[in-house]
Design a protein around this ligand. Structure first.
Ligand SMILES: Nc1nc2c(c(=O)[nH]1)N[C@H]1C(S)=C(S)[C@@H](COP(=O)(O)O)O[C@H]1N2
Ligand SMILES: [Mo]
Length: 526
């Protein structure tokens, strides 16, 4: 079994090395297998796993895949002792499985992938075969009589044989790991730098707010409240929350990329990156949040997005907002990796600044946030709207169910009003006196009109000071100066939106349409 496990490490290592050498024509088989698991796991199970594991979900998945590979190697190696033909058939099965997973990657090329995986498995099987021999035959010529005697006593190997075996197995594992590490290094050599590049708009494009462009002045100082722990009004790109199903962010070459606009539209379009950037440009401050965000959680951020209005793109494709029919009732964004999200077509035309965005906070979209372009729709959770690595916008009927709808999440995903305490932490012990209780509240696209703080578990409420509303699509900072006396307290916050509706106290989990309830903290004041 050890021989087989070591063989599996060799096979995976060689496969990763060939992936690194081939520039995506041979996908990483480990990543591809993980991606297929993510896609094939039933929605309920995926949701429960995400909830239980949080940010450790992907590392756990990769860990399971590696363990599974080791186990497969071990079992096949064991099988090969008695039934070599069956073991060989098992290796062939692994090859087919690997090919099936890898060839589902858009970048995969059939022959190189099939050949690379065959080579990797041959190396793995060969290594395990070699180890089995080393483990079983003591090579009597080289060794002294005691070894032979032990073998005669019925032990499956000799001491020297075992030592050789362990050494060889260690060498095989080390070689496999080194090959895998080299492969990973090679594969990441072309990754763009961590920091996103500044957004450069085409030369000669009239700038300023003429020619239909609308850019924003820096946020006014009144839109921010300074307090320790208060999140910045605009989330820096590096701190922006990150949620997607891609194990590895798709790397898109903008020279080859285009955005197709099709389905139930009069003039199907295909826009290149520079076509997109030469349309009237819009900047907008929009809070994006994930339906999986728990009350008080961090899966929400506020970005200053640069893009073009989705309604402009649709009009160019001949969509008439006055004539939305059953067959054009839904806008589906499709990603280069096949992921989809969909929302009602009306929402692109009801005045909200739904964007095909290519910039975040003045820079190009970072790779992991959807470079080169994505959708951002104020007031909708990301899973129904915010398609990253956008490759296609399709108008279709409402019956089509996008990725997370197929997996049991609500069909429509309006963002629920929420508020969060950021300047105080749960369980904290604070000194008596003035304690700033503050944070952010959001109800895109309705805006926030009031935020209240309670220090007695919701018995009484105090109006908090609000920063100026940057935009109804953006979160709003608040602060309540609490004059705290010694004791134990339950802090809560609740917000009211621009239409006068106050956040509900009723607690619901994120599934299927977003968490509700008040962010609640227990603190002691000394
Ligand atoms: N292509 C693609 N786009 C996607 C997703 C995805 O898995 N794949 N996840 C969506 C979800 S669920 C959310 S909450 C937002 C998160 O965007 P961010 O990672 O830029 O914060 O992206 C959306 N866009
Ligand atoms: Mo999400």
């Amino acid at each position: 079994m050890l021989a087989g496990g070591a063989g599996a490490v060799v096979a995976l290592g060689v496969a990763e090395l060939l992936h690194g050498l081939s520039d995506d024509a041979v996908p990483s088989v480990l990543a591809a297998l993980g991606q297929r698991v993510i896609e094939l796991v039933p929605g309920g199970l995926a949701t429960r796993a995400i909830e239980a594991l949080g940010g450790a979900d992907i590392p756990f998945l990769v860990f399971c895949l590696i363990c599974g590979s080791l186990a497969a190697g071990a079992l096949l190696s064991l099988l090969s002792l008695r039934h070599p033909a069956a073991a060989l058939a098992g290796v062939a099965g692994l090859w087919l499985l690997g090919c099936a997973a890898a060839l589902a990657e858009p970048s995969a090329a059939l022959l190189p992938t099939a050949a690379a995986l065959l080579l990797a498995l041959t190396c793995g099987a060969g290594a395990s075969r070699l180890l089995l021999r080393a483990g079983r035959s003591p090579r009597p010529a080289a060794h002294s009589p005691p070894a032979t005697r032990r073998r005669e006593a019925g032990a499956p190997g000799t001491e020297l044989g075992r030592r050789n075996f362990v050494l060889l197995a260690g060498a095989a594992v080390a070689a496999g790991a080194a090959a895998g590490g080299a492969g990973r290094l090679l594969a990441s050599r072309e990754a763009p730098p961590e920091a996103a590049r500044p957004l450069r708009l085409p030369e000669g494009r009239p700038s300023g707010d003429g020619a239909g462009h609308r850019t924003l002045p820096p946020p006014p100082e009144t839109a921010s409240i300074e307090a320790p722990g208060m999140p910045p009004l605009i989330t820096p790109a590096g701190d922006f929350y990150l949620i997607d199903t891609a194990l590895i962010s798709p790397r898109v070459d903008v020279r080859e990329w285009s955005l197709r606009v099709g389905g139930a539209v009069k003039n199907p379009l295909e826009l290149s990156y520079s076509d997109l950037l030469s349309m009237p440009i819009r900047e907008a401050d929009i809070t994006l949040s994930c339906v999986s965000n728990e009350v008080g959680g961090g899966l929400v951020s506020n970005g200053r997005w640069t893009g073009v209005l989705l309604s402009d793109v649709l009009r160019e494709a001949g969509v008439d907002p006055g004539r939305i029919t059953d067959s054009s009732a839904q806008i589906v964004g499709r990603s280069v990796d096949g992921w989809t999200a969909g929302f009602r077509t009306e929402l692109a035309f009801d005045g909200r600044e739904a964007l095909v965005a290519f910039g975040l906070n003045g820079s190009e979209l970072p790779l992991e946030h959807g470079y080169p372009a994505r959708l951002v729709v104020p007031g909708l959770y990301g899973y129904v709207s915010a398609t990253k690595w956008l490759s296609e916008i399709e108008l279709t009927d409402w019956d089509f169910d996008a990725y997370w709808i197929q997996r049991g999440w609500a069909k429509e995903g309006p963002v629920k009003i929420q508020s969060r305490i950021d300047t105080v932490r749960d369980g904290e012990t604070l000194p008596a006196g003035k304690i700033p209780v503050g944070g952010v509240a959001w109800a895109p696209h309705r805006g926030i009109s009031r935020v209240e703080v309670s220090t007695d578990g919701g018995e009484t409420w105090h109006g908090a000071r609000l920063a100026a509303q940057l935009d109804p699509d953006s979160w709003r900072q608040y602060l309540y100066e609490w004059d705290a006396r010694p004791g134990e307290y339950t802090l809560q916050v609740r917000a009211t939106d621009g239409e006068g509706r106050t956040q509900t106290a009723r607690k619901t989990p994120p599934h299927p349409s977003g968490a509700t309830g008040y962010h609640t903290l227990r603190v002691a004041v000394l």
